[in-house]
Ligand binder design. Structure first.
Ligand SMILES: [Zn+2]
Length: 333
């Protein structure tokens, strides 16, 4: 190789290196890709209430479908306006299932249990046991299962398909009128939506634990720091629960309202699954009035995840203010 050709080769190499550096500086489509379909954020949320450690877990989303079919005594136009004004979808009312676990140190209390194996509302429900595990909570450590009422999405998680109890060491709490109503074929009205599912689910889950149920009464402190308050209408003995620990208070409102807009802005709007919609609205107005006047934070079973917030009087009804989830430990609500 002559000196001249060596020089030419060196130039070519240098030119190639420069081109390579330029290529490195360009975006490299394809190299940074990652698979789609990654899971959502962990499905539990932890906060403190006084000295109690609370965890919200989920049974999964419950899509109701067309809101015009579920929310009645309200025009379709008003439903569309309220949903649109609140940046919510107008075609499908999606309810969450926020399940509260309160660890008082000497006792673990679970509030409601989700749909279990029933898929009346699709395959996104029935997630309670996996999300409890994700949160590091062993179902065998649950001492008390408190149910707001005997509907399919609240009592459905007591018994597994193999007939084994999901919470083998727990005592159970529910209103007797609800137990009697939803396990009795003769009591459920013939036109109740999906009545066969409601009856089957109540029987499957409640009858096997009958001897371990404490039937609570209105105003009864059913466990230290947990008081049942009757809020009937959605079902015959639907109840909400005031939870107290270390001077802090939270109200678990169950199904006092299923939707943070459609049943709050005009709280006398009715819900298709109410056994007595007028009484249900009376309970909603009375209890939300009490909670807003006393500025008591609420945990709503069906509101947007994780369902913790405040209600305030607004116009002829109420407005819901969600507590913004915090990355650090929440020391108060
Ligand atoms: Zn419900």
């Amino acid at each position: 190789m002559t000196n001249a050709s060596i020089l030419t080769t060196k130039r070519r190499l240098l030119a190639g290196a420069a081109a390579g550096a330029a290529a490195l500086a360009l975006p490299r489509p394809g190299l940074a890709k990652m698979p789609l379909g990654q899971p959502q954020v962990p499905t539990f949320y932890r906060f403190k209430l006084g000295s109690a450690e609370c965890t919200v877990v989920t049974d999964g989303q419950l899509p109701l479908g067309d809101p015009n079919a579920s929310f009645v005594n309200i025009t379709h136009e008003e439903i569309a306006r309220e949903l649109t004004d609140n940046f919510l979808p107008t075609q499908n009312a999606v309810l969450e299932q926020n399940i509260l676990v309160a660890n008082f140190g000497d006792r673990v209390v679970l509030f409601d249990t989700g749909m279990g194996a029933d898929h009346l509302f699709g395959s996104t429900t029935g997630k309670l046991l996996p999300t409890l595990r994700q949160a590091g909570i062993d179902p065998a450590n649950v001492d008390a299962v408190v149910m707001s009422h005997a509907h399919i999405d609240h009592c459905g998680g007591l018994v597994g398909d193999n007939a084994a109890l999901n919470f083998p060491n727990a005592q159970y709490f529910i209103g007797q009128a609800d137990f009697d109503y939803w396990t009795d074929d003769a009591k459920i009205p013939a036109n109740y939506p999906a009545r066969a599912n409601f009856l089957a689910q109540a029987r499957k889950n409640l009858l096997p634990v009958r001897e371990r149920i404490h039937f609570y009464r209105d105003g009864e402190e059913i466990l230290p720091g947990v008081t049942a308050l009757a809020a009937p209408g959605h079902t015959v003995s639907h109840s909400i629960f005031m939870i107290n620990s270390g001077g802090q208070q939270l109200c678990y409102i169950g199904d006092l309202a299923h939707h943070p807009v459609l049943l709050l802005e005009h709280p006398r709007t009715q819900f298709a699954y109410d056994t007595d919609p007028v009484q249900s609205a009376e309970s909603r107005v009375r209890m939300l009035g009490m909670l807003s006047a006393n500025r008591v934070p609420v945990l709503a079973y069906h509101f947007a995840w994780p369902g913790i917030g405040h209600v305030a009087a607004a116009g002829d009804g109420f407005r819901y203010f969600p507590v913004l989830p915090q990355m650090g430990a929440v020391t108060g609500l």
